[in-house]
Design a protein. Structure first.
Length: 233
């Protein structure tokens, strides 16, 4: 199939990648950690070093779009060791700024994704699981580079996230797809709530964005692809 290619940086297990693939992209992933469950072609290595190599060699031109979900806290499990050659990682606050700098150098349309309350990005788009009828809220912000899309309406939440908060247990229609204990979701509950079936690794599920988010983004981008110089399949 003649699909436009998308580069998925800091790809984890492929939550974003699966959505983009459903939207119509061919996806290549890059992650510092071993990700045997990633469902598409994948390069293990430092994402920013890999991207810099693509830019300097001109091979970045094979891609039509870039998605990046950079680690944003120096002590989180996915950040430690990342970009060691640059002195980033354990003591570096976040990778958003250097990621943005390289994405700008590609000349391509791009997305930077971050959770609420994390590193500073321009909040061009906000998505919530309730917008897609999911069993998680999973609020995420997206900075859009070289393209735009209209914001979806944020529906009223139907209730609580199930589990303990400050010693009080509340039931609700959403599961807590993070952490352990305190009523947090089981692995099968997270898989079902987010629509992710190809990995049963808890850490990968807790880091993932639901594919519904990136499928919506990818479909909106491809619907207007001509104005961004992209030929959709």
């Amino acid at each position: 199939m003649n699909r436009p290619r998308l580069l998925d940086l800091f790809s984890c297990a492929g939550g974003a990648a699966a959505g983009y693939h459903s939207a119509g992209f061919a996806v290549d992933g890059v992650d510092i950690a071993d990700r045997p469950n990633y469902p598409f072609p994948y390069q293990r290595g430092d994402a920013l070093e890999y991207l810099a190599g693509l830019i300097s060699s001109g091979r970045i031109r094979r891609y039509a779009f870039v998605h990046a979900s950079p680690p944003c806290q120096g002590k989180c499990a996915l950040t430690v060791g990342t970009n060691r050659s640059q002195g980033w990682g354990g003591s570096h606050g976040d990778l958003v700024a250097p990621t943005r700098e390289l994405l700008e150098a590609t000349g391509l349309p791009y997305v930077i994704e971050q959770p609420n309350g994390r590193a500073e990005i321009r909040k061009d788009l906000f998505l919530c699981g309730e917008m897609f009828g999911l069993g998680v809220l999973r609020h995420r912000n997206f900075e859009l580079g070289r393209w735009t899309v209209a914001q979806l309406a944020h529906p009223r939440h139907r209730g609580y996230v199930r589990g303990y908060r400050h010693g009080v247990y509340r039931d609700g229609p959403y599961v807590a797809a993070y952490g352990n204990g305190g009523g947090k979701a089981t692995v099968p509950e997270m898989q079902h709530a987010m629509g992710i079936t190809w990995t049963d690794v808890r850490e990968e599920l807790t880091e993932a964005i639901p594919p519904a988010y990136s499928e919506w983004i990818g479909c909106r981008f491809l619907a207007a692809a001509g104005q961004y110089g992209v030929v959709a399949a």
